[in-house]
Design a protein around this ligand. Structure first.
Ligand code: UD1
Length: 420
């Protein structure tokens, strides 16, 4: 397994481009199943999860061609079967996103039941109950979700007890081809849900309330193919900004947007960062100053994203003052705490809240993480640590950060990958 070796001490400085969003690319790839024609997607990030979703589409018989710039052309009309096998679902939970589109378009889907993962049990009960409300017959058998809607789905009025990003996306993709009107209440408002909805509208779907928690979908008979550009990755953006703040640096990020990470920018300003932004760029400078500790609590959008919690905790470990970080979305997502403490951080845990007392510097150590964003927090910690840190199991990082070591090298970090 590859490792990252990082010598701490450099302040990040310079300019990089942000990649397309993984979490909007995945549902949009699943949505291509709905098109009666060819879809052209650009700005997909070159990441393992995206490759897995393309492999999943291919194994159903979907025609996929990719050019050297990761522009992908997909024609689902060659689809021959409607299965998401265990071998692919076990490597990527987001495979569940093909369930809604397959059922809506072909009346049949067999998707391996996604298991729990390092950050929590992550059930899919709301996805299944929403599809049942639209008339699907669902059975769980031999580890597979077998869903049928031989006469098509019909519109329903459905309330989601928990705000779920994947659940909202699956039900939205099912509803666009259902007969009649669907109302999704307490829908997730994450920018990635908005990006998916806008792509569906470009394909001919009728959706109102985009960006709100009340989505009204009028089913149509057919959707067409279209060309669509995936939005920038707000979590990648936030990660580099936080890394720059932690290292007292100054960075310019291109190909990104400030309006999709407002709370994160406000929190970075609270930490002492000076932030400016334009239509497709964000800059941050700390003027060489140590960040101030900032408290936060994760919650669904527009509140502070759970996917940025670990990176802020890493910044807080070397900030002046103390802060609390409370995780409310996933039950086991403070997994980076032990590793950060091994690097000399002062973090104590009480339930789902971490109390972080800032220290002057961390100390390099061999570390590893079992989750994508926790791994990113260890890379940030390594850059503010004295000496060398070896981050193991970086396949987690490769799931969410395109060319992370190249981008950090451009910003002046002393980081290299060694094959394991
Ligand atoms: C997506 C993101 C992930 C992010 C998360 C929360 C993708 C590919 N992944 O994950 O990076 O951390 O949103 O912003 O977009 N839940 C249920 N029943 C369900 C579905 C969810 O109880 O049927 C619970 C989950 O266990 C969790 C909470 O709802 O506690 C939110 O999960 P959800 O928004 O569904 O996360 P994902 O879509 O899996």
């Amino acid at each position: 397994m590859d490792k990252l070796i990082i010598q701490g001490g450099a302040s990040l400085s310079g300019e990089i481009k942000i990649s397309g969003s993984k979490n909007s690319g995945l549902p949009i790839l699943a949505a291509t199943i709905l098109a009666n024609g060819s879809m052209k997607l650009s700005n997909l990030p070159h990441l393992n999860d995206i490759t897995t979703m393309l492999a999943l589409l291919r194994c159903m018989g979907v025609d996929v061609t990719i050019d050297e710039k990761m522009c992908v052309e997909i024609n689902p009309n060659s689809i021959t079967h409607y299965d998401a096998p265990y071998e692919l679902v076990k490597t990527m939970r987001a495979s569940i996103l093909v369930l809604g589109p397959l059922l809506a378009r072909f009346g049949e889907a067999n998707v391996s039941f996604p298991g729990g993962c390092a950050i929590g049990s992550r059930p899919v009960d709301i996805h299944l109950r929403g599809l049942e409300a639209m008339g699907a017959e669902i059975e769980v058998d031999g580890g597979y979700i077998r869903a049928r809607a031989p006469n098509g789905l019909r519109g329903a009025h459905f309330f989601m007890e928990t705000v779920t990003v994947g659940g909202t996306e699956n039900l939205l993709m099912a509803a666009v081809l259902a007969k009649g009107k669907t109302i999704l209440e307490n829908a997730a408002r994450e920018p990635e849900v908005v990006d998916l909805a806008e792509c569906l509208v470009a394909m001919g779907a009728k959706i109102q309330g985009i960006g709100t928690d009340h989505l009204v979908i009028e089913g149509v008979d057919e959707l067409q193919g279209c060309s669509y550009r995936i939005m920038p990755d707000r979590i990648e953006t936030g990660t580099y900004l936080t890394a720059a703040a932690a290292t007292r640096g100054s960075v310019m990020l291109r190909h990104t947007r400030a309006d999709i990470l407002e709370v994160v920018l406000l929190k970075l300003e609270e930490a002492g960062a000076k932030i400016e932004s334009g239509e497709d760029w964000i800059s941050l400078t700390m003027n060489g100053e140590r960040p101030k500790a900032v408290s936060l609590k994760t919650a669904p959008y527009p509140a502070f994203p759970t996917d940025m919690q670990a990176q802020f905790m890493a910044m807080n470990t070397v900030a002046s003052g103390s802060a609390t970080v409370t995780e409310t979305i996933f039950e086991n997502r403070l997994i980076q705490v032990n590793e950060l403490n091994r690097m000399g951080a002062n973090i104590s845990l009480e339930g789902n809240t971490a109390l972080i007392k800032g220290v002057e510097r961390l100390k390099g150590a061999p570390v590893m993480a079992t989750d994508l964003r926790a791994s990113a927090s260890l890379v940030i910690a390594a850059m503010v640590a004295d000496g060398e840190t070896i981050v193991d199991r970086i396949y987690h990082i490769d799931r969410g950060y395109e060319c992370i070591e190249e981008k950090l090298q451009i910003l002046g970090a002393n980081i290299r990958r060694v094959p394991g």
